[in-house]
Design a protein around this ligand. Structure first.
Ligand SMILES: C[S@@+](CC[C@H](N)C(=O)[O-])C[C@H]1O[C@@H](n2cnc3c(N)ncnc32)[C@H](O)[C@@H]1O
Length: 209
């Protein structure tokens, strides 16, 4: 019974949460995409998580809306995403130069087949080197990394690359990260989203270069 109630309430809740980012049209687009993503999952054998399209992930829609506003306001030209999955966030970001890294080779292959104008690589933090990056995105995977390890990964990344803005999220899973502590006074928080499922918030930090 609980399962059935959840199956009814969950899409209604998603629909309520995406009202400010497209509403019904976006919701229906997500429904249409689902069977195609199931098919791709069978073909490329990536994690089933990716069959949930971005249209049904309110935090990701909100992130894209805010980052696109920043891009327009500040004339930003390139974006790098770590943990990019199928590249759905990158696909909604309005800059010419978009690069995605993911540790899962299968999802990288699927992403390449979906988005020809985006560059994808198998890789993670340490594989981003010598980049002049306006926006670096790392969301919805860092909750599995312990704070001191994550701090080390970001410190290395900021040492090896010129990054202006960093987009991260905190969510109440294994580790609910405090990015103000992780970045210290190297970065200043410029935006935080409203709260989504499991106390998730998306945050944007400006690197004091
Ligand atoms: C839950 S998905 C989120 C995808 C995307 N960030 C989004 O929010 O739409 C997490 C992705 O991060 C990748 N991932 C997990 N740990 C990673 C790491 N340390 N470095 C790079 N990618 C990682 C996984 O393979 C997966 O594709």
């Amino acid at each position: 019974m609980g399962y059935i109630i959840k199956k009814i309430i969950s899409p209604l809740d998603t629909y309520r949460q995406i009202q400010t980012n497209g509403g019904l049209l976006i919701f229906v687009k997500g429904l249409v995409k689902r069977p195609y993503y199931w098919f791709l999952q069978r073909l490329f054998h990536f994690d089933k998580w990716h069959t949930m399209p971005i249209e049904h992930r309110p935090y990701a829609l909100e992130l894209c809306r805010y980052v696109n506003e920043l891009i327009e306001k500040e004339g930003l030209v390139n974006v790098v995403e770590i943990g990019c999955g199928l590249g759905e966030i990158l696909a909604r970001i309005k800059v010419r130069q978009r690069t995605g890294f993911d540790v899962d080779e299968n999802v990288v292959l699927a992403a390449k087949s979906l988005h020809k104008k985006i560059e994808f690589h198998k890789g993670t933090f340490g594989d981003v080197r010598g980049c002049d990056t306006d926006v670096l995105i790392a969301v919805n995977f860092t909750h599995n990394t312990a704070p001191d390890e994550l701090q080390r990964q970001f410190a290395d990344l900021l040492l090896n690359n010129k990054v202006k803005l960093i987009v991260v999220d905190s969510v109440e899973y294994t580790y609910l990260h405090n990015f103000a502590t992780i970045f210290g006074d190297k970065c200043e928080k410029v935006w935080q989203s409203r709260e989504f499922e499991h106390k998730r918030t998306v945050q944007v930090y400006r690197n004091r270069l």
